[in-house]
Structures are given as C-alpha cells and as structure tokens.
Design a protein. Structure first.
Length: 180
C-alpha cells in the first residue's frame, strides 16, 4: 500500500528533479511506496498549465527522473484508443529477497478507474489516481534474484469507464505484446 507524501517534501522533490522549471508544475499525485530500494522510496507526478506531465522518482526529499533529458514531459496520450500514457515502470532490489515495483502515468477524461495486474495472475490491484495521473507500487518477495532474462512479473495497466466497462488492457495492447 502506498501513502501520500507531505506538501513540504513534494516541493523539495520537484525542485531537485526539475530545477528552475519546478515552479511551473504542481503535483497531482505523490506517493511513498510500501518499501524502499537503495534509490527509490516514492514518486511524484506533476503537471503544468499546458497539461504536460512529469514523473520524478524520489528517495527521501530528493527527486530524479530515469529519462534523458532529466525529465520525461509529455503532452500526448497513447495506447489503444489513446486512453493511457505510461511513464517509467521499474523493479528494484529492496533487501534480501525483496523488490520494489513502481510505475506511473496519466490518462484521458473517459477513464474512471485504473487497476494493475502482474504477470499471468488475473487479479487486479487498484492504482492511486488523482488529477489525471496514476501511480502504483508493490512490494514483491522472491528467492530468485532478477536476472538479465527475468526482472519479475510484468505489470499490466487496465482502464475502466464510469460504467465499469474495461476500455483498455495493456496485456492485450499489440504495442506491448506479440498480438497483431
């Protein structure tokens, strides 16, 4: 389960992640993860007046982005039906046999609920949603360390409209699978 990051920490995270551009952004969702890796314990997703989103991974009150240039700012939505935009999804070691899985993104106004499934398990877990952005985090346990061939179960984003109808399933998106 994730927990909200306090406003003072959010300000410091965005400042360290975005530098002088930080004042142009306001956080829409900021969450600490259920456990910390050596580099990451949370994420902040912020947006500017042009509706461009940015994701900053956090460790304490410092933020960084995995993308180059230093931030991943995007004002377009893609995915089947142009419903969901993904930012980084990562799996990091967080102690012996423990791993942190973290991901975020943003979505169009027709999305009422976002869930995440992992690997072949059909069970879906709710993502935190706010201000057009979503964040998910999971604490995983495994005796087998991640390798070049397997970095844990793949996370799949599912989006639902207000009636509860699934309108997007990343596991069935040909962009991410071998389906045609």
């Amino acid at each position: 389960m994730t927990t909200p990051i306090d406003a003072g920490s959010i300000s410091r995270i965005l400042s360290s992640c975005l530098g002088p551009d930080a004042s142009q952004y306001h956080a829409v969702i900021a969450e600490r993860m259920p456990l910390a890796s050596s580099d990451t314990d949370g994420v902040v997703v912020a947006v500017n007046s042009a509706k461009q989103y940015v994701q900053c991974q956090t460790k304490g009150n410092k933020g960084q982005s995995q993308d180059s240039p230093p931030t991943f700012i995007n004002d377009r939505l893609w995915g089947t039906g142009h419903t969901v935009e993904y930012f980084d999804s990562m799996l990091q070691p967080a102690g012996k046999g423990k791993y942190l899985m973290l991901g975020a993104g943003h979505y169009t106004s027709g999305v009422a609920k976002i869930t995440i499934s992992y690997g072949n398990d059909p069970k879906q877990y709710p993502a935190r949603m706010a201000g057009g952005a979503f964040v998910y985090g999971a604490a995983l346990s495994s005796d087998a360390p991640p390798s070049a061939h397997f970095m844990g179960p793949d996370p799949y984003v599912h989006a639902y409209d207000a009636s509860g109808k699934e309108i997007y399933n990343q596991a069935k998106d040909p962009r991410f699978t071998s389906e045609k």
